[in-house]
Design a binder for this molecule. Structure first.
Ligand SMILES: C[S@@+](CC[C@H](N)C(=O)[O-])C[C@H]1O[C@@H](n2cnc3c(N)ncnc32)[C@H](O)[C@@H]1O
Length: 651
């Protein structure tokens, strides 16, 4: 449970901004659940304990924080850290379910033996499957309530001259603009930026959606503004001559000839069509669905911050904001709830030579990689549970069927929605006064919780308010998960030669991954796939190319359907993993400094999807040979598998 609650503003109750906003929200947009939002907001931001898990270099201001936006803001607020610029690209409520592509690496033993030349390795040969990263499936009201709280929490840590850029699209952008007006005030609206890009096109009876929206608001009247320019449209054609004063052209006015010098360019407009999407050939591409281009962030960061200021991204994803902030000599705060984002960003910033700390917020949300995967796991882990049991309202995750005692409806908090994380009075109230009276022939319900807000008070409340005969059993969800997440195992040999230590990994066993691969294989074998697969109407005229140029999908939402179309074109070959399992390793790090506590990576290698080694952040053309060496005695070894699960073993 949260250690404490921190008020959104010092004077929440009297705060004009908040009260005015609420009055207006109630009048303009009355969402379902508004009252609960009000209660949660007046209670404050939930503050959890934070653990520092790794430090790289000695910069104490740059932070990568694993946790939810709201809990991260609580921590920043408690530590009096204010940010000078915020860019967020939150889930869009698009109905999409993003996935991380997991690439099986080359087995080092095989790679070393046949020493394949670079051109011989076709990316297509790489075996991959998809892992769910985070879901984007909401109803509008839940999404807007969630967004409202996120925006208020972010506002509470913005410095007086800070700006916020909210990247969104047509799905929900028009509602989010109203929320932003409410939270920041209409008079602090600065721009609606259109980012237009070319994208993978599907056959359609409407125009192709090929732009995103970025709303810019400032916290106050004074804000950082550095004019940006774009090149003159006719630059190449006319500014051709040069003298000691610069490049010029001639202009004729009333018969007089004037020398016109090239200026900085045309003042930047609010629609940007000069920044392409990060396509698969781009150097910056990291296989993170929804990854945004560095050039986009560069423009925003240059416009609204100065060197040494703190730039924050509370839905940081692949770490683009942090990376560009580092390049532009700003400090960064990257927050994300998913383990894959934290690892991708860590590796990206490490390779860029940055220095930072990684913090983990102990809020129990990311029990297994990320909330989506945790929810999936839960469905399988509770014995006898049937998910989405017919006849029950959506409040119930499912039901357990006990032949003699009938069915026991089961409530599990939706981990994608932080408002359900703490089992509190509003949820308890909903349970006893709205859900229980509707249940027929039910003796007992089971209520799982991650956090409970004052257990004895809640138990008392349930006893007093429950006017039915139904028994309510409270269960701790964390215990269920603890039992199931099985750590990977490793076997290795250490050798020492003239002060040089070498570890050779001989075997890696990951039950989690093997199970996942077996599922993938079974699904593939059962699916009737055609060899060329493009005979159906869907694929007609829709091969992801325009004028022979392969196009990337736009905002990432069509990532899955694109991938599916590609999969359909191939004959299914099951993935086979060798006995030593070395192709399941993505990253190995050695800590030669500490035997416990904060991780210090004194030596690390990452194996890219082609099997090449990235050695202490530097790309090489060497295949991995299953070894890692260092000049100091290794005390601990960390191994990350290709799906992002990490294990640490003392050497
Ligand atoms: C659209 S992606 C951001 C992509 C990013 N702009 C980039 O260029 O890589 C949204 C991110 O929000 C994260 N996320 C979802 N809910 C969150 C929450 N409540 N707090 C923090 N991060 C969250 C997801 O894990 C995902 O990485």
């Amino acid at each position: 449970m949260p250690v404490k609650y921190i008020s959104y503003f010092p004077d929440t109750v009297q705060g004009q901004a908040i009260l005015n906003n609420f009055v207006r929200t109630r009048r303009l947009l009355k969402y379902v659940d508004n009252d609960n939002v009000y209660e949660r907001l007046s209670r404050g931001l939930p503050f959890y304990e934070v653990e520092k898990i790794e430090t790289i270099g000695d910069n104490t201001q740059n932070l990568i924080i694993r946790g939810e936006c709201i809990s991260a803001c609580a921590w920043l607020k408690d530590n009096n850290i204010k940010v000078d610029l915020v860019y967020i690209d939150p889930p869009f409520a698009s109905g999409a379910d993003y996935a991380k592509k997991v690439f099986i690496r080359q087995n080092p033993k095989v790679a070393a033996a046949i020493k394949k030349a670079e051109e011989e390795i076709e990316v297509e040969e790489l075996r991959s499957f998809e892992e769910k990263m985070y879901g984007d499936i909401w109803n509008k009201e839940a999404y807007l309530n969630w967004m409202y709280e996120n925006l208020l929490s972010i506002k509470s840590v913005m410095s007086d001259t800070a700006s916020i850029f909210v990247h969104i699209d047509w799905h929900i952008g028009h509602y989010v603009k109203i929320l932003l007006d409410e939270v920041f005030g209409e008079s602090f609206f600065r721009n609606e930026i259109i980012w237009a890009y070319r994208r993978w096109t599907a056959k359609s009876t409407t125009f192709q959606n090929s732009h995103d929206l970025i709303y810019w608001f400032s916290k106050d009247e004074k804000y950082i503004w550095n004019q940006q320019y774009e090149p003159y449209a006719d630059e190449g054609a006319h500014f051709t001559e040069e003298d000691e004063n610069g490049i010029y052209r001639w202009q004729y006015l009333n018969g007089e000839k004037y020398k016109l010098y090239k200026g900085k360019g045309i003042r930047m407009k609010d629609w940007w069509d000069d920044i392409p999407y990060v396509n698969s050939m781009a150097d910056e591409r990291l296989d993170y669905a929804t990854q945004k281009p560095e050039a986009l962030l560069e423009r925003i960061i240059k416009t609204s911050s100065n060197e040494e200021m703190i730039v924050a991204d509370f839905f940081g994803g692949s770490g683009v904001t942090a990376k560009v902030s580092h390049d532009l000599k700003r400090s960064f705060i990257h927050v994300d709830v998913g383990v894959n984002s934290i690892q991708t960003t860590r590796d990206r910033l490490f390779a860029a030579g940055s220095s930072f700390s990684i913090l983990d917020i102990k809020d129990g949300v990311h029990l297994f990689r990320n909330p989506v995967q945790t929810m999936d796991k839960l469905a399988k882990m509770i014995p006898g549970l049937t998910v989405n049991k017919g006849g029950l309202s959506k409040f119930w995750f499912g039901a357990i069927n006990k032949s003699k005692e009938g069915i026991f409806p089961v409530y599990i908090p939706n981990l994608l929605d932080h408002t359900q994380k703490v089992f509190d009075i509003p949820i308890a109230n909903h349970l006893v006064n709205q859900e229980l009276p509707d249940l027929e022939d039910v003796k007992k319900v089971i209520v799982y919780f991650i956090d409970i807000d004052n257990r004895s008070e809640i138990e008392e409340f349930l006893k007093d308010q429950n006017n039915t005969e139904i028994e309510i059993e409270l269960r701790d969800l964390k215990q269920v998960l603890d039992d199931v997440v099985v750590e990977d195992e490793v076997q290795y040999q250490v050798s020492e030669n003239a002060g040089q230590y070498e570890i050779e990994i001989t075997r890696f066993i990951s039950d989690n991954l093997i199970q996942k691969i077996n599922q993938y294989n079974q699904k593939g074998i059962l699916q009737p796939l055609t060899e060329n697969g493009n005979s159906d109407d869907e694929n007609e005229n829709n091969n992801g190319e325009e004028n022979g140029v392969p196009l990337e999908n736009g905002n990432g939402n069509s990532e899955n359907s694109n991938a599916e179309a590609k999969t359909k074109k191939k004959k299914f070959t099951p993935i086979e993993i060798s006995d030593d399992g070395l192709e399941l390793i993505e990253y190995v790090s050695l800590d030669c400094t500490n035997t416990e506590g904060i991780w210090k990576s004194d030596r690390e290698i990452k194996i890219d999807k082609l099997g090449y080694v990235i050695d202490d952040g530097k790309k090489t053309k060497k295949f991995w040979d299953a070894k890692i060496a260092c000049t100091r005695k290794p005390l601990r070894m960390k191994i990350r598998n290709i799906a992002g699960d990490e294990m640490i073993t003392n050497v």
